[in-house]
Design a binder for this molecule. Structure first.
Ligand code: NAP
Ligand code: GDD
Length: 325
């Protein structure tokens, strides 16, 4: 029988890859979209599929969630919607909490109110580890360092609680940074690869960044959404870390990306303290051995390979826009 899935955050990086993945698996896919004054669906515009259904709603609007879950009765729910930018969460802490923390509670309550037997995936994050040094796995102490990390930690624990209190099949995927050509333009990796393309094509000659010393564990988003689905197919609801296990500094990311375009990063990167956060997460490096052993999940793309594919994609797209391809 055809399965159905409901995805919050379907217009985002992960939501778009997950929708593609589930449609290829023959799911009927329902996505929550926010009303905006201009259409915000560029990542899913290519999905012309009668099994894809989009519904207006918002994680800050509990009534919309109750009505949609009641009407759709999905077999699986993926809660990927969030105000996902760490630095922005310092500027909009209350909105971030309403979406990223209480939004999860609203969705869980909508599932409970509908009384349906659904499987629930929560997009937890390595940001919850914050100040606790690497390597980080499912048993590592949480110590968030931003309103975003704190809000996500609430969602993580309320997901655990609904699993234990109401016997809901609810899991948290604690995902380390994952990127792609669809990554939002203000996240570090994409900001750099877009900067490389602009410099290479002569549009600008420099790129301005903040902290170059932070270490992140960067993987490829397309591989991570498969892990989300695998978590919901297992017999038992459990939490898993997904990561590559390799730490890369922001400085090294710049080296990889600029070098791939034949450029020397030190000639083009400038510093501006405005891009620093009030509290930084110095180092995130994940240990995904549980996902490997229990689910058979294994990442294939490392940071260097990712930098290359993202630079190539941005160069191609920008050349096309400039009519040079
Ligand atoms: P993203 O590209 O920023 O996408 C976020 C999605 O959430 C977008 O579809 C956005 O809609 C939607 N959204 C924002 N506020 C909402 C609200 N109030 N109600 C409903 N939807 C809302 O994020 P991503 O990189 O795909 O990440 C997916 C999820 O995984 C997020 O929860 C993120 O926090 C988490 N996560 C990401 C990473 C990572 O490295 N990418 C790592 C760990 C966890 P619009 O398009 O309308 O803005
Ligand atoms: N965005 C950004 N812009 N980051 C910069 C810049 C800059 O100009 N310069 C240096 N950085 C540093 C940040 O200080 C941070 O240490 C690192 O680059 C990565 O920043 P982001 O790409 O913004 O990602 P993040 O690690 O803060 O958060 C992402 O990963 C989390 C998982 O660990 C987001 O996708 C979160 O939603 C996700 O939960």
């Amino acid at each position: 029988m055809t399965k159905s899935a409901f995805i919050t955050g379907i217009t985002g990086q992960d939501g778009s890859y997950l929708a593609e993945f589930l449609l290829a698996k023959d799911y009927e896919v329902h996505g929550l979209v926010r009303r905006a004054s201009t259409l915000n669906r560029s990542r899913i515009d290519h999905l012309h599929d009668p099994r894809l259904h989009l519904h207006y709603g918002d994680l800050t609007d509990g009534v919309s969630l109750v009505n949609l879950i009641h009407a759709i009765q999905p077999d699986e729910v993926y809660n990927l919607g969030a105000q996902s930018h760490v630095k922005v969460s310092f500027e909009m802490p209350e909105y971030t909490a309403s979406t990223d923390a209480v939004g999860t509670l609203r969705l869980l309550e909508a599932i409970r109110a509908a009384g349906i037997d659904t499987r629930f995936y929560q997009a937890s994050t390595s940001e919850m580890f914050g100040a606790t040094p690497p390597p980080q796995n499912e048993t590592t102490l949480f110590y968030p360092r931003s309103p975003y990390g704190a809000a996500k930690l609430y969602s993580h624990w309320v997901t655990v609680n609904y699993r234990e209190a109401y016997d809901l099949f609810a899991v948290s995927g604690i995902l380390f940074n994952h990127e792609s050509p669809r990554r939002g333009e203000s996240f570090l990796t994409r900001k750099v690869t877009l900067g490389v393309a602009s410099i290479k094509l002569g549009i600008t000659d420099h790129l301005t960044l903040g902290n170059l010393e932070a270490v992140r564990d960067w993987g490829y988003a397309k591989e991570y959404v498969e892990g989300m689905w695998q978590m919901l197919q297992h017999d038992e609801p459990q939490d898993y870390v997904l990561a590559t296990g390799i730490g890369t500094t922001v400085r090294e990311w710049c080296q990889y990306a600029f070098a791939h375009a034949g450029l020397d990063w030190e000639e083009h990167v400038r510093y501006d303290g405005a891009y620093e956060r009030p509290t930084e997460v110095d180092a995130l490096i994940g240990d995904a051995s549980k996902a490997r052993d229990v689910l058979g999940w294994k990442p294939e793309t490392d940071a260097q390979g990712l930098a290359k594919l993202m630079v190539d994609a941005d160069l191609e797209q920008m050349s096309r826009l400039l009519g040079r391809s």
